[in-house]
Design a protein around this ligand. Sequence first.
Ligand code: GDP
Ligand code: IMO
Ligand code: MG
Length: 423
Amino acid sequence: MITVVLGMQWGDEGKGKIVDLAARRADYVVRFHGGNNAGHTVVIADKKFSFHLVPSGIFNPKTVAIIAGGTILDLEVLVGEMELLEKAGIKLKHKLVLSPRCHLILPYHKALDHAYENARGKNKLGTTGRGIGPTYADKVSYNGLRLYELLHWNTFVEKFTFQAGMKNKILTTFDVAPVDVKTELVKLKKFRTQLLPYIQDTYPILTAAIAKKKHMVLEGAHGSMLDTDWSPYPFATASNTLVGVVNIGGGIPIDKVDKVVGVVKAYLSRVGAGPVPTELFNNLAERIREKGAEYGTTTGRPRRIGWLDLEEVRFCRRLNSVSTIALTKLDILSGVSEIKVCVGYTMDGKKIHYSSCGYEELAKLTPVYKTFSGWKEDITKARKFTDLPKNCQTYVTFIESFVGIPLGLVSVGAERSANILAS
Ligand code: GDP
Ligand code: IMO
Ligand code: MG
């Protein structure tokens, strides 16, 4: 059984929790794209863990965590995360495997990310500052370095020195301090020593797993609306985030995928710049942000808040062939007297679809809302659909029928067990 978990909005939908749950019986859990711009949270009992690179299902005892080739790695972040996991009692030997195909986020990528953002001034994109865009740019312009090069230290030193020399010229034009090649090589060599035991071709492992019909969970990062091609570019991340990336980044043939779980937050959040048609700018946004702890897992930035946009979600459902929805953070809407859901857009008096919108249209259009009466009750203890207040049931049922696929799970709290599962 191969399950893919994908975010259906602008990220932070609660994928970490859903991946951890889906991985309960998984033999493998796999990251296959993006980098440590991702921040995925898992809460078990009173313990909270934020994953940026290591797959979120690793806490499940028999699950092996694979970081496949589409993922880009900041070695310092990876080593730090591995140390935290070891401290938490997870023995990583034979439990974590890193593909040599993974490209590396190097110090000059982070410096360039900051330099470009500063240069954009008022038009800055609000990247996470983790060097993501410059790393993917190097990857497609044949300037990237991979874990593969790290296996061959002398080659790595030669290529790193050459690349750093080129990047330092650019950094200097931005009046940014160049990276110190010698100092960085000392650090990188230390990370190399720590990581060498984990580097192994992941393709044969995953191919054998498919042949033996093992259970596998593929952990999407970011969200479909941040996809580099299908977002209102440049308000995007630098990787593709749609289901097809399991093939490109993970080496998983698409026809082997059994199930695509689309994670949808019961309202929406966005970090960084770019138009969000249903964004709220009132006290309610503030209330939802505080109650939902909507602050970036990676950067700590306050997340922008909006009503659930089903026009956008339905587009993502079609793009990704989503089989089932996991609806998260429904508990956060308790106490909101009137809840709105966007069911379409109009512009200049005419209907317009998300798929035809660039950032100019998204900023200009008018969302069409359906309004629901809210509920006051705390729903965090609900474990069956019928435990939910009637108004809440109506809201959930509407989402399911509008999106047109079954809801497999409704999450009513951050903790692992706070769910209503479809019977
Ligand atoms: P991800 O990037 O999609 O994995 O999401 P994040 O971890 O960045 O943000 C989701 C946040 O919501 C985390 O703090 C989760 O612990 C929390 N969370 C997930 N599901 C629920 C839920 O149903 N209710 C509440 N209250 N919190 C949730
Ligand atoms: P998870 O996996 C929320 C956003 C950034 C910014 C844009 C580009 O936790 O859902 P980048 O650093 O990628 O070049 O920034 O993309 N972004 C995310 N927003 N959650 C994420 O990941 C994100 N990954 C990237 O905020 O707007
Ligand atoms: Mg996140």
